[in-house]
Ligand binder design. Structure first.
Ligand SMILES: NC(=O)c1ccc[n+]([C@@H]2O[C@H](COP(=O)([O-])OP(=O)(O)OC[C@H]3O[C@@H](n4cnc5c(N)ncnc54)[C@H](O)[C@@H]3O)[C@@H](O)[C@H]2O)c1
Length: 335
């Protein structure tokens, strides 16, 4: 039987989830968002029930699952409102903007036994999945050095960036919490968690905001050295992750929908192209995985523990940029 899914917050990413689920007729959908103009348009375009608040939406339930698509500072409190209704959750990234109430969230997840995952969508990029499988098979040995280089002209993709969560750290804004977090999570998914990092971050170019749009991080994940270089103003929309191991290298270029491997002694990269027809396909795959998660089936969605680890990365990077000091993630305290 089709599952009943509530989408909480129907701005940019909420509408994408709605569109992907509606197109595949994957579930019965309900939406809630306090923005009246938006509600009117969503009700017209998608013919789904739309409510102003969660309370009214919940009263129209029951729901099997919910996708939380509000600004990051509200994710945990919304999750803690939904879980007691036995609703499984897919929470947009980043999980939060602080470590507050995470113990409660973990305890409530355990108590209800509901599936809770976080929507780090790189887990659904076929090139990332294939490279991860290859690395985990272990023929190249241990990863020793990872370099991540990434950038895009953010205003081109999000013209309203000044007016949304992006403009403030408190609501999940800035390059670290908005963009770098995807890559930190991907690297952790590929090679394991970050232990410590040093971060330089600056506002270099984007007009109308003061948050950082440019970041350099040097990190250590176990014995692997990792470097990240990212900005949100360059014209090329490109991301490259290189993982250099004991016996060879792996390269992932999601913008080219390819990954490649290069064993020691070879002369060139051996490329594999894994086409994704449109960006929505990644979100459809994630939504399908969420529906599997609801039924207790295995799926590659970022787990709550993995997302808490990446949240620690975000907070450590912000703290390091602020203080000019390296930060051990284990030393982060509740802020
Ligand atoms: N995975 C991705 O690729 C991706 C892309 C964009 C955004 N995001 C993440 O998704 C989240 C939302 O981003 P966005 O770009 O959609 O922001 P947005 O500003 O476009 O939309 C947020 C919506 O949430 C609504 N809202 C706020 N408080 C609410 C509440 N208590 N209940 C119901 N609705 C509420 C707002 O009215 C707004 O319509 C952020 O955490 C962001 O980092 C992820």
């Amino acid at each position: 039987m089709a599952k009943r899914i509530l989408i909480v917050g129907c701005g940019s990413i909420g509408e994408r989830h709605l569109r992907c689920l509606a197109r595949g007729e994957l579930a019965h959908l309900t939406v809630c968002d306090p923005n009246a103009r938006l509600r009117k348009r969503i009700a017209r375009d998608y013919s789904v029930p739309v409510f102003a608040g969660m309370k009214e939406a919940l009263a129209s339930g029951p729901f099997d699952g919910a996708i939380i698509c509000t600004p990051a500072n509200s994710h945990v409190s919304i999750a803690l409102t939904l879980l007691p209704h036995n609703i499984a959750l897919l929470i947009e990234k980043p999980l939060s903007t602080s470590l507050a109430q995470l113990d409660e969230l973990k305890a409530e997840t355990l108590r209800t036994g509901r599936f809770v995952g976080v929507a780090y969508v790189y887990h659904f990029v076929p090139a990332v999945q294939a490279a991860r499988e290859f690395l985990r098979a272990g023929s190249y040995g241990k990863p020793l050095h990872v370099s991540v280089v990434s950038g895009q002209n953010f205003p081109k993709f999000r013209p309203a960036y000044r007016d949304i969560y992006y403009s403030q750290h408190d609501t999940g804004g800035g390059a670290i919490q908005d963009a770098l977090t995807h890559l930190a999570n991907t690297v952790e998914w590929l090679i394991g968690p970050t232990d410590r990092l040093f971060c330089e971050a600056a506002h270099q170019a984007l007009e109308g905001v003061n948050v950082e749009d440019t970041v350099s991080v040097t990190a250590k994940n176990g014995r692997t050295l990792v470097s990240y270089s990212l900005n949100q103003f360059q014209s090329p929309n490109e991301t490259t992750i290189q993982v250099h191991c004991e016996r060879g290298s792996v390269r992932i270029a999601p913008h080219e929908q390819r990954w490649a491997f290069f064993p020691f002694g070879a002369e060139q990269w051996d490329d594999r192209i894994l086409p994704v027809a449109q960006r929505d396909d990644l979100f459809t795959a994630q939504a399908t995985a969420f529906l599997s998660g609801l039924e207790g089936k295995p799926n590659p969605i970022c787990t709550l523990d993995e997302a808490i680890q990446t949240l620690r990365f975000n907070l450590a990077a912000l703290q390091s940029a602020r203080t000019g000091r390296a930060v051990r993630l284990a030393d982060l305290s509740f802020e």
